[in-house]
Design a protein. Structure first.
Length: 275
């Protein structure tokens, strides 16, 4: 099965500054594209979208230009933006003009809940409609109502919920997360990304631990509104890339070839406008 990875982080410490990596020393070293490609190709991954890595202020446009030209295997980039800023429209116009920019993300799961709730944030986010760019929504499970409120203010923007809504798999609070996912999935302009869950499942996770969460997201959003992402190298905190791909394949083994094709590449190609 051909796979398009919609969530690839790369780290180049000699080129960019990543302040958040000070708190995650196990990830604070280079993760270059060549190392990712070496691991990804044997697993059936044929292309990837670079996902912004929360570089330091002043480096976001440089990151966008770098990510969209780094390697033919990287077919585009979801770049960082700050919709809470008055200068976002100018920034958006600039990065949208960079060939290969496929979407925008603003990290929200480490931000105050009120950041995304201002009128300016929503007003700026609605400008994505003019460029036909989706917004990757990255919120914690407890912030899913915050994300839903933002979605409701931007009904014509395509959203992609990262990491299955960041469920606390290790902590086991399934019912609250389940109900919030079901509610968010009622919004037709939201898709969900099957990614990132291994980082929240503890070091000894199994595919059986992940299954209820992945299956509920797919059941809620349907096979036409799910995409797959590796979250490399964050996934390496509890697994390697091969283990996450294997676990996904185990979880969806009973699906049809058509359903798996939509999850692994067709929906990504449509939502992110990949050639």
């Amino acid at each position: 099965m051909r796979i398009v990875d919609t969530h690839l982080h790369l780290v180049y410490l000699d080129r960019f500054s990543y302040p958040w990596l000070d708190d995650v020393p196990s990830l604070k070293h280079n993760f270059p594209v060549a190392e990712y490609v070496r691991q990804a190709k044997p697993l059936g991954i044929e292309a990837a979208l670079y996902m912004e890595v929360d570089v330091a202020d002043g480096q976001r446009e440089d990151e966008a230009r770098f990510a969209t030209s780094i390697d033919p295997f990287v077919t585009g980039a979801i770049v960082s933006g700050r919709p809470e800023s008055a200068d976002f429209p100018q920034y958006l116009e600039t990065v949208a003009g960079i060939g290969g920019v496929r979407g925008i993300r603003r990290i929200l799961h480490t931000s105050p809940d009120e950041l995304s709730q201002s009128a300016l944030f929503a007003q700026n986010l609605r400008k994505l409609e003019d460029y036909d760019l989706p917004f990757d929504l990255c919120v914690l499970a407890r912030q899913l109502p915050v994300g839903r409120a933002l979605v409701d203010k931007c009904p014509d923007v395509q959203f992609v919920l990262d990491h299955c809504g960041v469920p606390d798999i290790a902590g086991g609070d399934f019912p609250t997360w389940r109900d919030e996912i079901s509610e968010l999935a009622q919004r037709p302009n939201v898709a969900a990304k099957i990614s990132g869950v291994v980082a929240y499942a503890g070091n000894e996770w199994t595919a059986a631990d992940l299954r209820p969460y992945v299956e509920h997201v797919i059941a809620s959003f349907g096979w036409n509104r799910v995409v797959w992402g590796s979250d490399f190298p964050v996934c390496t905190l509890t697994a390697d890339l091969a283990r996450w791909v294997e676990a996904t394949n185990q979880i969806v083994a009973g699906a049809s070839e058509s359903e798996k094709s939509r999850l692994f590449h067709q929906n990504a190609e449509r939502i992110y406008h990949l050639a």
